[in-house]
Ligand binder design. Structure first.
Ligand code: PLP
Length: 524
């Protein structure tokens, strides 16, 4: 139906102000030029903003920005993209936290590669939805190639499969859902084989346990709760001083569960803990899992970059024995959010998330061999995030990505040397990947609580200045500072500069807050 016919026949559209105008904003054959101009304007604004960014952050507070945002009348559209971009510059771009800046050292956010940004532009405009073939012809096959590529890098074998997800938390949830349902199936099978009545799910679920290290990601616990098992189903296995799971403790816990009629539905090993970048001893964990018949999940949300590393792939040895693996391309593959995947050793296990909807993927579509990704996913409508990785591999190649990740791992080792020889700081553990966890310590025997507050203050003061953004964490009940290095542009000089700033802020705080007589005796 043409535009004119529609307005002539449908009086209701006349009564909606802006309905005709709305049509000019739809992306189609007639507006392609306007799309090009508008997106080019936006890209231009981002490019010029990034080109003149000299700090990772302005230090803006929520209190300063809130009135700007709430002062905007959403009932009064600006109509014009130019005006909206100008407004956006004021309320967002000017004060955004910029991960590309070499002194952004806080969380697991990477600078992104341009081939992936190109992919992002293409995928949002074409807007394929990766649930069914009739919404994503071609895209489905590209995603499948990348899943196969990743599974091959891991070494999961011929029967492997997987699916792109929104992030590591979703990948972990998905893997644990499969593990839960496999465990239930096993318990039911065993009962049947023993000629016992098959227990209902309500009796099996409370017996299920997930074993994971103390340093694993909180999404493991959240997943357990979402899956109806509760936080209590997750048992934290102690770590050694390098923050790697103690396998002796794991073995003991596996035995204890067995003797108490609990079912270990999964052991979650971490390949790159969020705080320490530590990699659990994967071969030993794999051995224990196979001996106990437990599902082994490896959370490599952070460490997956090693899959592309030309020099450090061996750090992931043992990952090939996992039943499922989480990878976050948006952490160590330099991809924009979101880009993640969950991989499984046996594609059949993915069917625990399959549901046949008459309108979408009826059973007869299976007979016709039409590839439907929705059968494998816990999402329905789903972004074509895989396209970003596809263009990255086609333009740069995996070695180039791996070399970038290698660089940040090298930088972390240099940073550790710097910290280890600096009397102002105490550093927790030599990094396997690219995090540094450390704490400012004054040369005297200042009260540990006061030192805690000085470290907290240093982090906040630094962020407020916008000179650098660093993270914080708690180790053994004490406040520590954390650098997460994911930017090859971060130099050792940047690290040294930020350490000086932190020491200065912490020192000033201590000088102000230390008991008067103490500070007096220090000064004299
Ligand atoms: C970041 C992280 C996650 C969560 O991933 P999101 O993409 O943030 O959801 C899970 N596990 C580990 C080890 C992580 O570092």
């Amino acid at each position: 139906m043409s535009f004119l016919a529609q307005t002539a026949e449908d009086p209701s559209s006349e009564s909606i102000p802006g309905a005709a105008d709305g049509r000019t904003h739809l992306f189609n054959d007639r507006t392609a030029e306007s799309y090009r101009r508008s997106v080019t304007d936006g890209v231009g604004l981002v490019a010029s903003t990034v080109a003149r960014t000299d700090r990772p952050f302005t230090g803006v507070t929520p209190g300063e920005l809130a009135p700007e945002i709430s002062g905007i009348d959403l009932e009064q559209p600006l109509g014009d993209p130019h005006a909206a971009l100008k407004e956006l510059e004021r309320v967002y771009l000017k004060d955004a936290v910029y991960f590309h800046h070499p002194r952004y050292l806080a969380h697991l956010n990477c600078p992104v590669v341009i081939p992936a940004l190109l992919g992002e532009a293409v995928l949002s405009a074409v807007n394929s939805s990766l649930d069914t073939w009739d919404q994503s012809a071609g895209g489905t096959l590209i995603e499948r190639r990348l899943i196969d590529w990743t599974a091959e890098r891991i070494g999961l074998g011929e029967a492997a499969d997987g699916i792109f997800t929104s992030g590591g938390s979703q990948s972990n949830l998905h893997a644990l859902l499969l593990a839960r349902d496999e465990a239930c199936k096993l318990v039911e099978k065993e009962a049947a084989a023993a000629g016992e009545p098959v227990p209902p799910k309500s009796e099996i679920l409370p017996r299920l346990r997930i074993l994971t290290s103390q340093a694993s990601h909180f999404s493991v616990k959240k997943s357990a709760a979402i899956l109806g098992l509760g936080y209590e189903a997750v048992i934290a296995i102690p770590c050694d001083q390098d923050r790697r799971m103690r396998t002796v403790a794991l073995a003991r816990e596996l035995d204890r569960c067995l003797s108490e009629n609990q079912v270990v539905m999964a052991v979650v090993a971490t390949a790159g803990t969020t705080d320490f970048g530590s990699i659990d001893p994967l071969p030993e964990i794999a051995e224990l899992c196979s001996r106990h018949g437990s599902w082994m999940h490896v959370d490599a949300a952070y460490g997956c970059g090693l899959l592309a590393s030309p020099t450090r792939r061996h750090l992931l040895d043992g990952i090939e024995r996992a039943d499922s693996v989480t990878v976050d391309y948006h952490k160590s593959f330099f991809q924009p959010v979101s880009s993640s995947a969950v991989l499984v050793r046996d594609r059949v296990t993915l069917s625990h998330a399959t549901y046949h909807a008459d309108y979408l993927n009826p059973e007869r579509s299976v007979e016709k061999l039409i590839p439907n990704q929705v059968d494998k996913s816990i999402q329905t409508t789903r972004r074509f995030d895989a396209l970003k990785l596809w263009l990255t591999l086609r333009i740069m190649g995996a070695d180039a990505i791996g070399a970038l990740f290698d660089e940040v791992v090298d930088r972390a080792a240099e940073g550790w040397n710097l910290l280890d020889t600096d009397p102002r700081f105490e550093v927790v553990t030599e990094p396997q990947l690219s995090t540094l966890v450390f704490r400012y310590v004054p040369g005297d025997d200042s009260d540990a609580d006061l030192v805690d507050r000085a470290n907290l203050h240093a982090r906040e003061a630094l962020a407020a200045s916008g000179e650098a953004v660093v993270a914080g964490t708690v180790v053994d009940g004490r406040h520590y500072l954390k650098f997460t290095l994911l930017n090859p542009e971060t130099s050792l000089r940047d690290i040294a500069f930020v350490l000086d700033l932190l020491a200065e802020h912490a020192g000033q705080y201590l000088a102000l807050h230390i008991e008067p007589e103490l500070s007096h005796s220090r000064a004299s």
